[in-house]
Ligand binder design. Sequence first.
Ligand SMILES: *[C@@H]1O[C@H](CO)[C@@H](O)[C@H](O)[C@H]1NC(C)=O
Ligand SMILES: *[C@@H]1O[C@H](CO)[C@@H](O)[C@H](O)[C@H]1NC(C)=O
Ligand SMILES: *[C@@H]1O[C@H](CO)[C@@H](O)[C@H](O)[C@H]1NC(C)=O
Length: 341
Amino acid sequence: MSDGGGQVRQRKKNASEGGGNRPRKSKFTSSSGTGTGSSPSVAQQHQMWARLVLMVGIAAIVYFTTFRTREKKFATQREVLDLRTQPLDCSRPYLEEISKFAGCIPANCGRFVSDKIVSPAEAGILLDLARAGFELGQSAGGASILDLHSGALSKGTQFINVYRLPEAKKLFTSQHINVYRHVKDKVQKAVADNFRLNVDALHLTHPTFFSRLTNGTAKTIHDEYWHAHVDKETYNSFHYTTLLYLTDYGKDFAGGRFVFIDNEGKHNRTNVYIEPKRARVSGFTSGGENMHHVEQVTSGVRYAITISFTCDREYAMADPKFALDEAGEEEETSETNATTA
Ligand SMILES: *[C@@H]1O[C@H](CO)[C@@H](O)[C@H](O)[C@H]1NC(C)=O
Ligand SMILES: *[C@@H]1O[C@H](CO)[C@@H](O)[C@H](O)[C@H]1NC(C)=O
Ligand SMILES: *[C@@H]1O[C@H](CO)[C@@H](O)[C@H](O)[C@H]1NC(C)=O
């Protein structure tokens, strides 16, 4: 810097020596032509650079103080939370739609996390169920799903019906099924309690599914789980979305945090993180107030269950039949569409 300053002073001196005799233009042309004049040219460059650096610096400070993406941790893996909530204003389209469903209108839109709804033992049983299911099929990319309602299971770049596989009969025990139903009921009650709904006005809806995420390279659009989205826009039937995590962030896998994206005006964004923890339940209203994505998993395997609820009876879905023992029902499930997240 001191060098530059000296040269700047020198240039000024030279310029004043040049005096008013010469026209302004010739001063510049001559300086570039002569040996002594080359120093103002370097000095000008230094000054230009100094200004540029200063401007970039100011711009960066303005950017990072005004338009920075802030980060908030809503729930870390190490915490054990009874209940943490964040109320939000409902997005307008969500509010307009949900207002039609008496008993199903939230006191506030928002989100919650609790580690006390599902026990670690229950989560362990569901993790066993998930692992057993994904033994029968997995996506060729990084995201596999298993939907026990439709039977859809990722396999390669497609979906198969798990209930058509004879091996499935041995895998899903009555204990699995009972825990799945019991957990679903508890999560439904938690949603009703948190948003002050009539629990009977809430209905399980499609798709409700197990997910298995890895760092595998995406092969189809179904593998690209990391895009920001609003559930109500992706799945028209959704009104309340819940997730039950079956493995631990930072232990069983890296990356894979759940991120709410809170945009408060253009370039003003806060990322709100939930670190998955075994048996942790998160729930949120499915409208534009809860835009979110899942970070890419960088190593390990992330297991979770998405349990979705609607207020619209038309989209209500029964508990899974696990139609394995009863002949005849197998055909019924095989007819169901294998559309997924
Ligand atoms: C960004 O949002 C925060 C929190 O709502 C607010 O305090 C701040 O003024 C906003 N900044 C801009 C530039 O809009
Ligand atoms: C993907 O994850 C595995 C472990 O699950 C790890 O060994 C591997 O290095 C990861 N690959 C990349 C590209 O990060
Ligand atoms: C299956 O998909 C077809 C066409 O996309 C749709 O019309 C039908 O309602 C779907 N059935 C179920 C059970 O989701």
